[in-house]
Design a protein around this ligand. Structure first.
Ligand SMILES: Cc1cc2nc3c(=O)[nH]c(=O)nc-3n(C[C@H](O)[C@H](O)[C@H](O)COP(=O)(O)OP(=O)(O)OC[C@H]3O[C@@H](n4cnc5c(N)ncnc54)[C@H](O)[C@@H]3O)c2cc1C
Length: 475
């Protein structure tokens, strides 16, 4: 703590300032606002009550103004994506169900409507910020999760009525695991194969109302509850099946492609593969947020375990005549402190990633390749931080012995809630392959462009590396 009398700062103050990074003020404000029990999860609630509580908490978060930070000024926001990611990350210190459900509403659903839609969807964006419109992000299906290009749901254009017909053609085309689909969402951002003039144009996103104002399924829509999960008690994940549901032509989120009243398809991006990856790339903020929230959960766990290790004593030390503090055992230090060091490193890396995202998404970094580099970095850091969370939180639980297993000490809830972070917003193995592919492509491009002198230098460097490695110098 800063010494207010002398105005001096301790090492901890400097460390906090460094770790808080470019959005220190946002973090500091949230620390003051998110106090008390209002935003903390209650593990004793049943899942229905937990979901209702999280929705109430989201209304309070909306009143604090956090969601508006990330949306564009013309939609009533402030146009500060970095501040939005960081402020919502602060919810992760309170309760990860609250963070996930907020992320679905404002990050995934809101992000899809604002970034894939155009001015004709502005009203929906304005309404979703204060929660007047509750939505969900319906991409995954029971049959296809990682392989989004092969989703089976169809959106077939009917020029006679100027509507799209949304349909679930097979059992595996059912939308699944969708946050908000079980109870609260009224509208879904549905990813489907767009078919017009008898041609499949690939995966596009459309807004499809799924429930009426009373929460009943609309005609042609059937929703199901995914039921109890391994964690995230307060998130209502569910399934959606569409039976020839008709929505107006304007419900297509048409930033990159549109369908004219007569069914003619146009796109600003000719290459279908590039169009698909541009669409997915627009949603990078969600992946960046998952890494940040995983890291926040890990920091909570490490704070608990390390503070406990400074107090807890086991076994009498004959030399001192008193019992030994756990953190004085070198073994205990080796278990926890490298994880703490890694957490510091990830905090800096995450701040840098959010800073890069802010530059790209506010149009201040328009360098060719900036968006792609951001996506690669986001994927790699999401994998690293979520893997770290899984490992570190388990170690923290064990490091607290039996006390770590009591729900009131939070570690088991953190473990259960962060478990799935390795899977959603891109499975970690699949994301690692994506990063590897990007790196190999960049390497191939670099080598392909070499002239004769470049090849000689390249061969010499390779030979040097091999010699260094074999001689043990590189180790
Ligand atoms: C709690 C929760 C909330 C979710 N919320 C949403 C939501 O709101 N909206 C939404 O659209 N989705 C949501 N999802 C879905 C989530 O994004 C998917 O579960 C995720 O993308 C993985 O897809 P999958 O479950 O089909 O797994 P699969 O893709 O079937 O993967 C299963 C296993 O196979 C491996 N694998 C897959 N492909 C390859 C490959 N090419 N090479 C090597 N190994 C491979 C994976 O590593 C993984 O271990 C949620 C999921 C959960 C559990």
């Amino acid at each position: 703590m800063a010494n207010l009398a002398t105005g001096s700062f301790t090492t901890a103050d400097h460390l906090r300032t460094a770790l808080d990074g470019p959005w220190a003020q946002v973090r500091e404000t949230a620390r003051k606002q998110l106090t008390g029990n209002q935003f903390i999860g209650d593990p004793y609630l049943d899942y229905k009550a937990a979901r209702a509580r999280v929705l109430d908490q989201m209304r309070a978060v909306a009143e604090l103004g956090y969601p508006g930070l990330g949306f564009r000024p013309e939609h009533g926001g402030l146009g500060e994506p970095g501040a939005a990611v960081v402020s919502l990350e602060m919810l992760a210190y309170c309760d990860l169900s609250l963070w996930v459900k907020s992320g679905v509403q404002w990050g995934l659903f809101g992000g899809a409507v604002e970034n894939l839609g155009t001015e004709r969807h502005a009203d929906q964006v304005r309404r979703l910020i204060p929660l007047d419109l509750l939505g969900c992000f319906a991409m995954t299906e029971s049959g296809h999760g990682s392989d989004v290009a092969n989703l089976e749901t169809t959106a077939t254009y009917d020029p006679a009525t100027e509507e799209f017909v949304i349909h679930t053609p097979t059992p595996s085309a059912r939308k699944d695991y969708i946050g908000g689909a079980a109870e609260h969402a009224r509208v879904a951002a549905v990813f489907a194969q767009l078919i017009t003039q008898d041609e499949n144009r690939g995966v596009h996103c459309l807004l499809v109302p799924i429930r009426d104002a009373d929460g009943a399924d609309l005609p042609g829509v059937t929703t199901y509850d995914d039921g109890l999960k391994g964690g995230l008690l307060g998130v209502d994940n569910g399934r959606i099946v569409f039976d020839q549901v008709r929505v107006p032509r304007e419900n297509l989120l048409n930033r990159y492609a549109d369908v004219a009243p007569n069914g003619a398809y146009t796109s600003t991006i000719d290459n279908p593969s590039r169009r698909f990856f541009t669409t997915l790339g627009t949603l990078v903020r969600g992946r960046i947020s998952v890494g940040g929230a995983a890291a926040a959960g890990t920091r909570v766990a490490l704070s608990i375990a390390i503070r406990y290790a400074l107090l807890r004593r086991q076994f009498l030390d004959q030399d001192t005549g008193s019992e030994t503090v756990l953190l004085d055992y070198r073994n205990h230090q080796r278990r926890l402190l490298p994880l703490l060091a890694k957490s510091y490193a990830y905090a800096f890396a995450q701040n840098d990633l959010v800073r890069r995202m802010e530059l790209v998404q506010t149009g201040r970094d328009t360098a060719p390749g900036a968006q792609r580099a951001l996506e690669k970095r986001a994927a790699g850091l999401k994998v690293a931080q979520t893997r770290h969370a899984t490992r570190a939180i388990q170690e923290c639980r064990e490091a607290c012995g039996g006390a770590g297993y009591l729900t009131e000490n939070r570690l088991v809830t953190l473990k259960a809630d962060t478990d799935v972070f390795t899977t959603f917003e891109g499975d970690n193995v699949v994301l690692t392959q994506l990063v590897a592919k990007e790196l190999l492509t960049a390497y191939a491009d670099e080598v392909r462009d070499l002239d004769a002198l470049g090849w000689v230098r390249f061969a010499a460097t390779m030979a040097g590396d091999v010699v260094r490695k074999r001689s043990g110098v590189a180790n």
